[in-house]
Design a protein around this ligand. Structure first.
Ligand code: NAI
Length: 395
């Protein structure tokens, strides 16, 4: 079985690191550390092998995958020189398969990143037809048995009135009517699901979250999941908050301040684009704690940091005898090195679900996301347990 991974945002940091990592694993330069599918019980599933994954994708700008990886090496040391040199030829070959996508309704900051073609005045129906052709051509030319589409493109502003697309009929009518409200991520998602390609949304953008697209996935028995990869501050939050809840330590406030410097940071500097990210980072505490607490998340662009993200969190909590206490933590991570292995994990795990006829939302993948679609559980260990149970069932 050959599996293709189509990365929407293929020339960005997360995509180029995922491709670099997969090819470096294939060439024996690095191991699978950081990949959830690299450990049991997931490692025993009949997943597509990392070294057999075939990559392609869409982007809206012309800086190549190799140039992005080179810049990431220069600015932040990830990947290292030896790894980059080992996969350089692979990156060039994959970049030749990147097609120009669409920047439709992604906000001005993203449009400014794009070249003219991606912002052209094609109708929605034409854009969808072009995206479907791009997927189909990739499948045909590489004789793929399965194609998984993963959105790792820049964060769009949240969609207005998502309830207007609650059914598939509503969504398809909106395409026919050339509805200016539909953002690019929904077009990539629709184009995947309508032809039965599994879809993963690693970003806070709308993607397959609309009712109409969930209906389509159910109808076509196609797996899909999102939204927004859980890789840093929110990952730590979802591990720590259950401790406060379990010990009946009342969280009085939880302040989080993130600074980051890559293009993701630049795009999130735009308040419209930032709104989606802040929403998806913010909503898990109440669910885990069971009560509202003062809880603010700030994200600031700090160009000199490149791909290295820092988060400071200050947790003020109350214990026995009304004693007030504090916990603070600092998280410093290479954004892309944290995200990239999860992109590979998710692609392999939705391919597995597809192989086993498990269409629709994939709740066993909740631990990978800040806002897991169709799942209210945000406690990391309980989310992971769902994945382990799934893997044990299939082993
Ligand atoms: P990036 O800015 O380096 O890459 C994004 C890529 O998407 C760029 O090459 C851009 O040209 C392309 N793009 C933008 N709009 C597009 C469109 N409409 N169609 C096709 N391509 C488009 O960003 P990075 O760091 O790679 O992050 C990618 C996404 O993953 C962001 O939405 C980010 O919020 C999300 N994410 C990243 C995490 C991490 O890095 N740890 C964690 C969770 C989510």
């Amino acid at each position: 079985m050959s599996t293709g991974i189509w990365l929407v945002g293929a020339r960005g940091n997360v995509a180029s690191t995922a491709i670099t990592g997969a090819r470096a694993i294939a060439r024996g330069v690095v191991d699978e550390t950081g990949m959830v599918t690299g450990v049991e019980p997931m490692a025993s599933l009949d997943l597509p092998e990392v070294d057999e994954l075939v990559f392609g994708g869409h982007d809206i700008q012309t800086q190549s995958i190799e140039e992005t990886a080179e810049q990431a090496h220069r600015d932040g040391g990830v990947p290292d020189r030896e790894t980059l040199d080992a996969v350089r030829e692979d990156l060039r070959e994959i970049d030749d398969r990147v097609a120009i996508g669409t920047a439709r309704q992604c906000g001005e900051t993203i449009q400014d990143l794009s070249d003219g073609e991606a912002t052209g005045d094609q109708s929605l129906a034409d854009i969808v037809s072009r995206i479907r052709d791009d997927y189909a051509t990739f499948v045909r030319e590489h004789r793929l048995d399965r194609l998984v589409v993963v959105n790792v493109s820049s964060t769009e502003p949240p969609i207005d009135e998502p309830e207007r697309y609650a059914s598939l009929a509503d969504f398809e009518a909106a395409i026919e009517d050339d509805d200016p409200n539909l953002p690019a991520s929904t077009l990539y998602a629709y184009s995947a699901l309508v032809d039965g390609h599994p879809y993963v949304n690693f970003t806070p953008s709308t993607g397959s979250a609309l009712g109409g697209l969930r209906e389509l996935a159910e109808r076509n028995d196609t797996p899909h999941m999102g939204r927004d990869g859980k890789t840093g501050e929110t990952l730590v939050k979802s591990a720590l908050a259950p401790m406060f809840a379990g010990r009946n330590l009342r969280v009085l406030s939880w302040e989080g301040h993130n600074i980051l410097g890559n293009t993701d940071g630049l795009v999130l500097e735009d308040d419209d684009n930032k709104a989606g990210k802040v929403a998806s980072k913010g909503n898990l505490l109440e669910e885990i704690l069971g009560y509202d607490t003062h809880n603010a998340v700030r994200i600031d662009y700090t160009p000199s940091l490149g791909d290295w993200k820092t988060a400071w969190d200050h947790i003020h909590f109350q214990g026995f005898l009304e004693t007030k206490m504090k916990m603070q933590f600092t998280w410093e991570g290479s954004d892309s090195a944290l995200a990239a292995p999860l992109v590979l994990d998710l692609a392999r795990l939705v391919a597995h679900a597809d192989e086993h006829g498990e269409g629709g939302c994939q709740p066993q993948l909740a631990s990978f996301f800040k806002s897991p679609q169709g799942v209210d559980e945000h406690d990391l260990s309980r989310q992971l347990q769902r994945l382990y149970d799934y893997a044990e069932r299939h082993r």
